[in-house]
Structure formats: structure tokens, C-alpha cells
Design a protein around this ligand. Structure first.
Ligand code: ATP
Length: 131
């Protein structure tokens, strides 16, 4: 383990900056190797563009940004679970399957509810736009 991260001082700027750097490396890992994370990023860009074009309210922006942040964070945690499972075993194991499937389910549940909330916010505006 990195010695800076074991630093016991109450506050260390160096340690804080290193933890940001490691977190950035985690995001790069997901962008590079996880197709689903890239899809979520593209989808987020589309939703943000739609929010700008359709002029959603401040409260709606708060909801949209929380959904996007939650979605991307869940996808990152799902990636971490996949990596840990692969580290523990490369062989077929029912518990490995359960861990990966349940982790993926968390992403699916959040995605479905995000789409529903997105439709509640955007559908009336989209309909008004074309009528
Ligand atoms: N070691 C294992 N034992 C049993 N089942 C596994 C194992 N590894 C993967 N699986 C099954 O295969 C599915 C796909 O696993 P995989 O590691 O390819 O993840 P993925 O969802 O395709 O993610 P990635 O984006 O990394 O390809 C899992 O959801 C699980 O059902």
C-alpha cells in the first residue's frame, strides 16, 4: 500500500491530492474498459443538452444532476465489484455469479427509475415543443 495513504496525520494535503489522483485513475479505468460506463457518459451528455435546450428549472436540474451522479457512481462501484470478483476467482463460482449479477441489478434498477423520472421531467416539454 502507498505510504502516503497510511499517513496518520490529521490533515495532509499531499495525501488528499494523491487520493484525487487515484480516484481519477479509477474513472480512467472505467472509461477505458467499461462499455456501459461510456454509454452512461454519452447518455448523460444527451440529457444535459436536452435540459439546456428545453430550459428545465433549477429544481429539475438538481434532480437530473443527482440522477446522473448516482448512475455514474453506481456504474463505478459495479466495475469495482467485477474487478474484486475476478481477483478472487477466474473459475466459475455461483457466489461470483451472484455478486456480479446483484451488482449489475443495482445499476439496472437505478437506470430504470432514472428513465422514469427523466420522462416525467422531459415528456411534457418534448410534447409542448412539437405541438
Ligand atoms: N467467475 C464467475 N463465476 C460465475 N459466473 C460469472 C463469473 N464471472 C462472470 N460471471 C457471469 O457472467 C456475467 C458477465 O460477467 P462479466 O465479468 O463479463 O461482466 P460484464 O457484466 O460483462 O462486465 P464487463 O463490462 O466487464 O464485460 C456476470 O453477470 C455473471 O453472471
Amino acid at each position: 500500500m502507498n505510504s502516503d495513504l497510511k499517513d496518520q496525520r490529521p490533515f495532509s494535503l499531499k495525501k488528499l491530492l494523491k487520493s484525487f489522483r487515484y480516484a481519477g485513475q479509477g474513472i480512467r479505468e472505467a472509461v477505458k474498459h467499461e462499455q456501459n460506463f461510456r454509454i452512461h457518459l454519452m447518455f448523460s451528455a444527451v440529457v444535459i443538452s436536452a435540459g439546456l435546450i428545453l430550459r428545465v428549472s433549477a429544481w429539475e436540474w438538481i434532480v437530473i444532476l443527482m440522477l446522473i451522479g448516482g448512475m455514474l457512481s453506481l456504474e463505478l462501484i459495479n466495475t469495482a465489484v467485477e474487478r474484486v470478483v475476478d481477483l478472487v476467482t477466474e473459475n466459475y463460482h455461483p457466489l461470483a455469479k451472484a455478486a456480479k449479477d446483484v451488482s449489475a441489478s443495482a445499476v439496472l434498477v437505478y437506470s430504470i427509475l432514472s428513465v422514469v423520472v427523466g420522462l416525467i421531467i422531459f415528456l411534457p416539454r418534448i410534447l409542448a415543443f412539437f405541438m
